[in-house]
Design a protein around this ligand. Structure first.
Ligand SMILES: C[S@@+](CC[C@H](N)C(=O)[O-])C[C@H]1O[C@@H](n2cnc3c(N)ncnc32)[C@H](O)[C@@H]1O
Length: 367
């Protein structure tokens, strides 16, 4: 088989594997503690969640009263093709509604659930009907349908807090939402999300793979993020800047195809540069829209990847410091004068060296 075709199959297998990553309660608690004020009197929908096993459903059911929820809905997709791993009890998809009244069961049995006519796909008309009654969607959707999941939430103008892969930032549609401040990163990212529960048939890989005290098989890909449009304290905190561009220009090379400087680490963003700066995608985890403006992603003026002396650094986000009031022209003037000062200094050094040389020669001549 051609290498390309093999790669495609492997990629597909990898993608569909992470479709079956189940979220741990501890990771949900660790993120959700920052959003408690958003849930009062709200309908929450976990639309990729079997209420009998999902920790998202579990979290909201347990904390129903404390959060002041109005209703909790959890729906389960049931793949229609049968295979070795798909041995679910129900033929069609199903959902469960929990309203927190005394008689209600937290964990539903097969007689408590409502069956969908179809498979319970979040894109189905039946699931969309539930979505329409919803205020906030909170889930970890299948990785391979992440774009579609987000597009649907945006289309129906819903609040959301969902888990995705860090690479999702590089998807055109997701980046656009972030650029327009219609979505942003949550609090935990990468190693901040400790791992996912995987099914029995899934091979445990990586040094951090483990079986927890309850017998759950856990893998830690350390590559997930939370994407949300619920406000968090984090996006109002400034990144503390300590570095300076002027005097250290050599550390901040300019792009070949864009009028901007390259920065390899968010912590190296200089406090005195008013022009455009290219920063790594992890910058978004610290992004405060009151401090910075996002200009563009990845491409230079020629719409090719940003490059420095012909080499392309890994994806960069072009940003501008909004707090810096000095205009770019002034900075350019400042930069020019710095260069003149440097040239004068160098000339001075050369002059000194020449004087020393002349002195040496004349003293030799005297001898
Ligand atoms: C990454 S897992 C996460 C499960 C659960 N939300 C959690 O966090 O533990 C994604 C889930 O979405 C389900 N799923 C796959 N395709 C779906 C679809 N089209 N509509 C709804 N759910 C789907 C999968 O069966 C799987 O249970």
């Amino acid at each position: 088989m051609a290498r390309n075709a093999t790669n495609k199959i492997l990629h597909k297998a990898k993608k569909s594997k992470s479709d079956e990553f189940y979220t741990q309660l501890s990771d949900i608690e660790s993120e959700l503690q920052h959003y408690r004020n958003h849930f009062k009197n709200k309908v929450v929908y976990c639309n990729c969640d079997d209420p009998q096993i999902s920790n998202f459903y579990n979290y909201f059911a347990i904390n129903f009263k404390e959060l002041g929820l109005k209703k909790l809905i959890s729906s389960c997709y049931v793949k229609q093709e049968r295979d070795l791993f798909n041995t679910k009890e129900f033929e069609s998809g199903f959902y469960y509604e929990y309203t927190g009244i005394v008689k209600e069961k937290i964990i539903p049995s097969s007689t408590d659930i409502h069956r969908f006519k179809g498979d319970g796909d979040f894109r189905s008309a039946e699931s969309i009907e539930l979505l329409k009654q919803t205020d906030i969607v909170v889930t970890n959707p299948p990785f391979s349908l992440f774009r579609e999941h987000v597009a649907q939430l945006v289309k129906y103008d819903k609040k959301f807090l969902i888990i995705g892969n860090i690479n999702a930032i590089t998807y055109k549609e997701i980046f656009q939402l972030i650029k327009e401040n219609r979505a942003w990163l949550g609090i935990n990212l990468g190693r901040g999300i400790s791992g996912f529960i995987v099914p029995e048939h899934y091979e445990l890989y990586g040094t951090e793979a483990r079986i927890d005290n309850s017998g759950n098989r856990i893998v830690s890909p350390n590559n997930a993020l939370w994407l949300t449009n619920l406000d968090t304290f984090k996006r109002h905190e400034d990144i503390v800047l300590t570095k300076r561009y002027f005097g250290n220009e050599i550390e901040y090379p300019k792009y070949d195809n864009y009028d901007g400087i390259n920065i390899n680490k968010t912590k190296d963003i200089p406090l005195d540069y008013g022009g455009v700066m290219g920063v790594p995608i992890t910058f978004l985890h610290k992004f405060n829209p009151e401090q910075f403006e996002i200009i563009k992603f990845r491409k230079g003026n020629d719409e090719k990847d940003l490059s420095i002396n012909g080499k392309c650094p890994y994806f960069r986000i072009l940003i501008k410091n909004k707090r810096l009031q000095i205009d770019t022209n002034n900075l350019m003037e400042k930069e020019k004068s710095q260069q003149v000062i440097k040239a004068i200094r160098n000339a001075g050094k050369m002059l000194n060296t020449n004087i020393v040389k002349t002195n040496k020669i004349s003293s030799k001549l005297k001898v």
